[in-house]
Design a protein around this ligand. Structure first.
Ligand code: CA
Length: 227
């Protein structure tokens, strides 16, 4: 039975989540504050953590940092405001995920299962020297292939990935990505870039688990392609 640490200070939300998770055979420990959560994590091992961002004594991001000092535990964040999403995306999320309130308990259970599955099947990426064609651009077909599989990208996703692919290892700010991949950058926001990167990562992951890590987040700066 997977053990889940749920940190949520709103009892009504916590109760529905505990019920939904227990019904799906998860073993849940619920903490109302960050302090209680860290104490619980010090006493026993968990397979997964669900962290509300807005807690009375610290933020869920603080709890995440403290938990990660001792274990690579997968984490699902619960956020109440759009503004918090940027801060979550700024983390090196790896196999983690977030949902915005309001959400359905069933959605949470599905996300927990997906993240657990990903973290269990995650294989290390081959070194670039072993596989120089991890990403391959076919300019004539205007397609990018990942491990030989064509990625089904939208026009903006394709242009954005090409910018990153043009200089692997270089950090591009969101503004630079907007200017290079959009004809009319004024019409879109930083959030648009984050949403597109999230979508490209999902498509990379669909080809090969772990390939989403090719696009790395540089916190507070932007994104880079790491081959
Ligand atoms: Ca809260």
């Amino acid at each position: 039975m997977p053990r889940v640490l749920l940190v949520e200070d709103e009892p009504a939300i916590a109760d529905t989540l505990v019920y939904a998770l227990e019904t799906e055979c998860f073993d849940v420990v619920h903490a109302l504050t960050g302090t209680d959560a860290l104490a619980a994590a010090g006493r026993e091992a968990f397979d997964f953590a669900i962290l509300d961002i807005g807690l009375p004594d610290m933020t869920g991001l603080d709890v995440c940092r403290r938990l990660r000092e001792t274990s690579p535990i997968p984490i699902l964040f619960l956020t109440a405001r759009d503004g918090e999403v940027d801060r979550i995306l700024g983390l090196e999320l790896g196999g983690d995920d977030y949902v915005t309130k309001p959400f359905s308990p069933r959605e949470i259970v599905a996300r927990v299962r997906a993240v657990l599955r990903r973290s269990q099947t995650r294989a290390p990426l081959p070194q670039a020297s072993e596989n120089p064609q991890v990403l391959h651009h076919d300019p004539a077909a205007m397609r990018v292939h990942c491990h030989g599989e064509p990625l089904d990208l939208t026009a903006h996703e394709y242009k954005l990935l090409l910018v990153l692919l043009g200089k692997p290892g270089r950090v591009f700010t969101r503004d630079q990505l907007l200017e290079n991949a959009w004809q009319d950058p004024g019409a879109v926001t930083d959030r648009t870039i984050d949403a597109h990167v999230k979508s490209i990562r999902a498509k990379l992951r669909a080809v090969r688990v772990g390939a989403e890590d090719l696009i790395q987040t540089r916190r507070g700066l932007g994104y880079l392609l790491s081959l």
